[in-house]
Write a new protein. Sequence first.
Length: 274
Amino acid sequence: MPLSLTGPLVLLGAGNMGGALLKGWLAGGLDPARVVALDPAPPEAMRALFATHGIQCHASPPVMSGPPEVIVLAVKPQIMDEVAPPVARLAATGTVVLSVAAGRTIASLARHFAPGTAIVRSIPNTPAAVGRGITAVFANAAATPAQRALCQRLLAAVGAVAWVEEERLIDAATAVSGSGPAYVFLLAECLAEAGRAAGLPAEIAMQLARATVAGAGELLHQSDLAPANLRQNVTSPKGTTAAALDVLMAADGLQPLLTRAVAAAERRARELAV
């Protein structure tokens, strides 16, 4: 079913995440005429995308014939307080504000909008660029079921969507999925280095590590089995995988290390939240 809107969509910010979302929406059938892009200096790739689809990109909010159905805030969090107020003046009753800015709480965003504005806070991750992201989402009490459903459709254009029932859980989601791709990339780096230490040429070790991490991720994506079952399917008793897992699953192995890492990321997310 094509992605459709009854009113304009204002996209504030055409950087990496804003661009990934826009590509997903267009691929999902969104009418480009519904999009009003705001960015004083969009990247070259985005300028080309705008030109291809006939989307106007403005440096500042233009005069519009009617209020937007949704305003998507996709700018860096540190400039939000500067750029949000002019855009907030476009909003009207019925407009939902969807933020993908890390660390910006609903309370900090609400200061720029009229009381009672529906605001949805989300934290996507970088695999959204290839349509394989996952986004954690929380909505304030003003968001109607229809507005939540609209935000679900918009975010689902770049991957899976998971709603949380408390805003504080966005920090935990940031630590797991928002930062998580970096953990996986580090795993690939470490696996390649371990292969090099075992005697493989560096380029072969990296080729094997990249393909293994990517392939295992795709298998996990396509399988209905739990990760533990997939792990067990690779592991023969007293075999090579079992020997490696004895190290990784030791009391001081991967799980406690990753638990500490996620806890550190969650603490920092709380510290940075405004």
